[in-house]
Design a protein around this ligand. Structure first.
Ligand code: NAI
Ligand code: MG
Length: 357
């Protein structure tokens, strides 16, 4: 029996609680199968926390997350809170929790299930073998630099400043190399070093960090070229590491190779093993309460947690293989079904995955 791990569960709004419930069942099954041990604590977060506590991220929820070994998050938001002022918007809780927990690396795997190739807009032969992971820097760059406007003789002018320091680049590069070691040992560092000074510092720093990982192959790709290559030869990428804004764009592009938002998992990491795991999708108010949401993104976020935070590789493989088996057998929730009349419910999908495990 391994040491008990504390999991902070913040399932949030809309379909968040529906998909998180299935993910927890999967974790409980893997406890029995692999001798793992988890202690689940639940906290209010997002819109529901606004309703009950007046803030999207109550202090007790943050304390609970800080004491945990990992956080499992559903999704937040909904029309009910859309017109709230900034401080009491569910999304403010998302930014707040990442910042408070110093989670500076956003990790998004994108891979193709053979049986779901029809869901993508790209040709099957282009997608063949695609299995990549984007590591996006989350806390620096142009999103966080000084921004202001000023009057000039030509009229109003706006300025956004892109700033990166060596420490910020080094820590994200290390994350990427560490993850690459658990995969195909290839890192593509994406920058615009032919134009931007921050990118030149980025490249120098990545090259220096790479010296500590001689077993990992490093290539530098200019961001415009990367955008093209992702559509032309996505299978040639393994780990892609890049700064905040490039990562925002590239990670959405990579995600869409796979065709369906209900399938995409993600992690946010800081220093050490602690991480926050969540599906890429939102709270889907249009289908909330109907029991038809696809739980796979959240279930695969658990597999990501097992790999990146706990090193439970066998249990992670078991989950991923079970998902694949269920999809190969033709079972589909509505979002990924070609024939919607045959679509199965959230809990039915969860049960099938448990059985396949
Ligand atoms: P969304 O991801 O919630 O939904 C987009 C579309 O995909 C909808 O048609 C929805 O039904 C469908 N969809 C999403 N997840 C699904 C799943 N697991 N199974 C089946 N279908 C699924 O994005 P949208 O509609 O832009 O945002 C809805 C709310 O969620 C907003 O309040 C937004 O701010 C919030 N949001 C929260 C995020 C988070 O908590 N990390 C991320 C994105 C949006
Ligand atoms: Mg984005």
């Amino acid at each position: 029996m391994s040491k008990t791990k504390k999991i902070a569960v913040i399932s949030g709004d809309g379909i968040g609680p529906e998909v998180v419930a299935e993910a927890i069942k999967v974790m409980k099954r893997s406890e029995e199968m692999f001798g793992l041990s988890f202690e689940f604590e639940h906290g209010l977060f997002g819109g529901i926390a606004i309703d009950e506590k007046g803030t999207p991220l109550p202090q007790e929820t943050l304390d609970m997350c800080q004491k945990a070994d990992a956080v499992l998050l559903g999704a937040v938001g909904g029309p009910k809170w859309d017109n709230n002022p900034q401080a009491t918007r569910p999304e403010t809780g998302l930014l707040g929790i990442r910042k408070a927990l110093n989670l500076y690396a956003n990790i998004r795997p994108a891979f193709i299930f053979d049986c779901l190739k029809e869901a993508s807009t790209l040709k099957p032969e282009v997608l063949e073998g695609t299995d990549l992971l984007v590591v996006r820097e989350l806390t620096g760059g142009i999103y966080f630099g000084d921004k202001f406007r000023r009057e000039t003789e030509q009229g109003q002018e706006a300025v956004d400043t892109c700033v990166y320091n060596v420490m910020e680049i080094e820590r994200i590069a290390r994350q990427a190399f560490e993850i690459a070691r658990t995969r195909s040992k290839k890192v593509a560092s994406v920058d615009k070093a032919n134009v931007l000074e921050t990118s030149r510092l980025w490249r120098e720093t990545v090259v220096r960090v790479a010296a500590d990982y001689p077993d990992v192959e490093l290539e530098h790709v200019l961001v415009d070229n990367c955008a093209m290559q992702l559509l032309r030869r996505p299978s040639s990428f393994d780990v892609i590491v890049t700064e905040n804004m490039f990562g925002d764009i590239i990670s959405d592009e990579a995600a869409m190779l796979t065709g369906s938002i209900g399938m995409l998992s993600s992690a946010s990491l800081g220093d050490g093993a602690f991480g926050l795991y969540e599906p890429v999708h939102g709270s889907a108010p249009d289908i909330a309460g109907k029991g038809i949401a696809n739980p796979i993104a959240t279930i695969m976020s658990v597999a990501l947690m097992y790999r990146l935070t706990f090193g439970y590789h066998e249990a992670a493989d078991c989950i991923d293989n079970a998902v694949k088996e269920v999809l190969d057998a033709g079972h589909r929730t509505a979002d990924i079904a070609v024939d919607k009349s045959k679509a199965i419910s959230t809990t039915a999908m969860g049960e099938l995955i448990l059985a396949a495990m």
